[in-house]
Design a protein around this ligand. Sequence first.
Ligand SMILES: Cc1cc2nc3c(=O)[nH]c(=O)nc-3n(C[C@H](O)[C@H](O)[C@H](O)COP(=O)(O)OP(=O)(O)OC[C@H]3O[C@@H](n4cnc5c(N)ncnc54)[C@H](O)[C@@H]3O)c2cc1C
Length: 460
Amino acid sequence: MTQRNTPSPREPDLGQGIEHCSRREFLKLAGLGSGALAAGGAGTGALLHSEPARAIATNARIVIVGAGAAGLGCANRLSDRLEGAEITVVDRREPHYYQPALPLVGTGVWSPSKAKDRNARYMPSDVRWVKSMVAEYDPDNNRVVTDEGETLDYDYLIVATGLELRFDQIEGMSPELIGSHGIACVYDTPEHGERSARAVQAFTREGGKGLFIRPPGDIKCAGAPLKVAMITEYLLRQNGTREQSELHYYPPDSSMFTQPDLDTFLKAYFPEQRGIDIHYHHRVKGVDAEAQRVTFESDEHGEYTESYDLLHIPPPMSAPQPVRESALAWAEGETDAGWLEVDPYSLRHRRYPNVFGAGDVCGVPISKTSASAKSMIPVVVDNLVDAIAEREPSAAYSGYTSCPLITEVGEAMLVEFNYELEMVPSFPFIDPLKPQWAAWVMERWLLHPTYNAMLRGRIS
Ligand SMILES: Cc1cc2nc3c(=O)[nH]c(=O)nc-3n(C[C@H](O)[C@H](O)[C@H](O)COP(=O)(O)OP(=O)(O)OC[C@H]3O[C@@H](n4cnc5c(N)ncnc54)[C@H](O)[C@@H]3O)c2cc1C
């Protein structure tokens, strides 16, 4: 096959976009963006907010495990709310990954630098940062032990460790394969995102058969596998290789998305508007990278293999091993993934009242996103402050989550919903079920500053 030069995927600049959106509408959007979105809009997620924030004096020892989106936000907010507390953050990772950028990094639209930051920029100066990982939780004795053997005693614990990618649950798969043999995965580090982009770019230059997987179980940003399929389809059109390509999407069950209105929309939109076939009830058993074949288990067809030119393969996800194997994991129901057993509203542990959870690690029935982390942070902090003051928890998380679903470069849908799966739009003039430039503006220009404000605990 002849090599073609890939035109760089065009990302409309602000000026170009303004032509499609009246100046008044844009200013309204920008104003709301820095106000409502930064504030969470409908998405503050707090059902009950009891009192204005004011510093209280305490000598409580608080350990926060994880310095990602949720952990840093909690650390900053607690450091503002408490005077005299001994706050310790445990996390070896020094780079900070802005993960919402990864679908664009992993398809080559953005450079990896857009997903990279440093935790040191957001760590409050008055907390102790222990640069190791928690290896063991001992909630009966109010302590954690790090993988360097240090024991940290606490009065209150916040678990904010995110989740673990379980490549080990797919035979023949490992993160090192990303970027080779047509294998892509945008879920790992920005470095692997760059390699993923190489696989997507090679595929979209030549065309061929592209398979897009959604793994079983709870995953973070359930919209990301959909975004990657749609961005790839867009890039094929841009490169003039769409005609010689076929695209297939494989959900593990009968749904495309949890929120029912979006589910109905996508079930028609994928095959009818984007020419992407949907194969329900498919789970990946294994990958033969050398042969570029994937083995599926399907309810209808049993076990069979399929060839591919591009395979986007996010792995199943679970709580990180130390949480999964601790007394803090759910003890009843679907326990395989070992999510943290918190009350879905107070985010307080159901059996250990001095333990709270924030972010992806929480075993709550809603999508795992940084939008949900943003809503959880003030609830966890308020309720922890209540616990210090020996009061009942006064704040409740509504289950708010959101997904800016990129449909192509320059166009997205902004879907926001809660535990009841009701749409809770922050921007009533943006139709959540219509791919449009205004929602792309949110994703492209407003989401990252909002995310960084969250890391600094600035959520009202
Ligand atoms: C491809 C992709 C696209 C996404 N798109 C969006 C989007 O558009 N919108 C959106 O809102 N969200 C999106 N998300 C989801 C969002 O990034 C996560 O939900 C969010 O980062 C969760 O925050 P967290 O703090 O729970 O976990 P993380 O931010 O992942 O941080 C967890 C931290 O815990 C640390 N840790 C883990 N184990 C231990 C241990 N044993 N000891 C100490 N520290 C530990 C890790 O090193 C890490 O620093 C996306 C995610 C991905 C992967």
